[in-house]
Design a protein around this ligand. Sequence first.
Ligand code: NAD
Ligand code: DAU
Length: 336
Amino acid sequence: MKNILVTGGAGFIGSNFINYILNKRDDYFIVNLDKLTYAGNLENLRPSEKKKNYRFVKGDIINHELVNYIFQKYDIKYIINFAAESHVDRSILGSEIFYRTNVIGTNVLLEVSRRYEVERFLQISTDEVYGSLGLQGSFIETTPLSPNSPYSSSKVAADMMALAFYHTYGMPVLITRCSNNYGAYQFPEKLIPLMIINCLNDKELPVYGDGMNVRDWIYVIDHNKAVETVFENGKIGEVYNIGAENEMPNIKIVELILEHLNKSKNLIKFVKDRPGHDRRYAIDAAKIKNELGWKPEFSFENAIKDTIDWYLNNKNWWGRIISGDYQKYYEKQYNS
Ligand code: NAD
Ligand code: DAU
């Protein structure tokens, strides 16, 4: 049995990871430590919550004592750190919590992992650490780091810290850097769910700037299969890019959603650009493909339609989020 601490497992990617992996493997025992910020939602984990090899702990990764207690109680030997403040726009409005969670929080996890001599520490990072591309080229693992937002700079700090622990203490650290994810359970402030939900409510679709910023999209299950691959077979001390070669300007995604939902383009509203908005991301994932044999399995055409349909069929899920009801529910449940 592998005793794994998964942090941030009630968020978008973390919950998809837990549901995917527990459906597949009974040799993983997963403890999910999540603070349940606005982005954490236990409803995402319905498929896993009754499993014998799953536990949930509500708490902050900054809480050294709690993290220590979890390691001791559950004999944790592995850690996958998804926990983060993840939204660029929020980091522009206020950066402190980003550095607290993403930097100090990662430091706590690394320190406790060092004390308990973990066998693998997988840091979930992002392609945003590389900064912005021009019209040509793509990020490789050795592309110089050049973060432009408070969010991405906090992720760079965490990456550097994790690698420093590898070099200094020989800690078995691995890092993945993935491109933009889409799929079920993504919090409705990110581009794709926001546009789908606004469309369904006949609300304006706020496109930043000229709509020609490019992101490189990957289906969340493909990302999580790559995480599993690196966790199982990645080489200690290495960084692995993850991407599905699916670059697209934002406006094209918005038009595609409108088309699928049979809505008018008049809903599109070009709005003031995001400050410091990175123009283009593109991931070269040759290393993970060639060295570990991973490749994306889902086509964008099908997976984006499935994603739109998931939001269509799960109005209760996002309805509760939009109305704020789910936060009140957790506050009552956990603070009483
Ligand atoms: P998310 O915002 O949906 O979820 C983050 C989760 O972390 C939430 O459940 C939240 O409650 C929890 N959390 C936040 N602060 C915490 C703290 N101090 N202690 C414990 N838990 C805390 O984020 P996501 O989109 O699922 O991203 C997960 C990870 O993947 C992040 O590290 C992010 O940087 C990285 N990433 C995301 C994308 C993407 O497209 N969404 C792409 C590449 C990498
Ligand atoms: O690239 C990986 C990153 O992708 C992750 O590290 C982040 O955690 C994740 O949030 C995501 O960051 P982005 O800033 O790229 O995602 P977001 O969905 O916020 O925006 C995608 C693009 O859409 C970006 O160019 C900004 C634009 N946008 C976004 C919103 C919310 C709009 O035009 N309008 C919007 O309302």
